[in-house]
Design a protein around this ligand. Structure first.
Ligand code: ZN
Length: 122
């Protein structure tokens, strides 16, 4: 992979990271801000909203970790190399998911393993 391509990927990942951080901060503001200022009647609604928010931030956090991991791989010069088998990740896959850290084969195997062993394989 050439340097210009890597630079644009880094830029893309950094933008994504900034966006995710902002999303998490906004979600957290909402969570804590609301709980003090709202009336008791709103509590049921709030709980619902909070559940949604937590599910959302959970996903955002997960995604943020993936992005951070990809940036770390860029830093170490191992970007584009599969975490599991050490083979290059398909370039089409990287274009679609710049934060991908596993090749298609490993990702598929990993998903299958997780289904069969229910979480034994980390
Ligand atoms: Zn692999």
């Amino acid at each position: 992979m050439n340097v210009i391509r890597l630079k644009s990927i880094r830029k893309q990942l950094e933008n994504e990271r900034a966006r995710l951080y902002q999303e998490l901060n906004t979600a957290e503001d909402k969570r804590y801000g609301d709980s003090f200022s709202r009336e008791r009647a709103d509590i049921a609604m709030q709980t619902l909203e909070r559940d949604k928010l937590l599910a959302l931030t959970g996903k955002t956090r997960e995604h943020l970790l993936e992005v951070e991991h990809a940036l770390q791989k860029l830093e170490e010069g191992s970007y584009g190399i599969c975490d599991r088998c050490g083979k290059p990740i398909e370039s089409g896959r990287l274009e679609a998911l710049p934060y991908a850290s596993q090749c298609m084969v490993c990702k598929t195997t990993c998903n299958k393993a997780n289904k069969n062993l229910t979480g034994r394989d980390g």
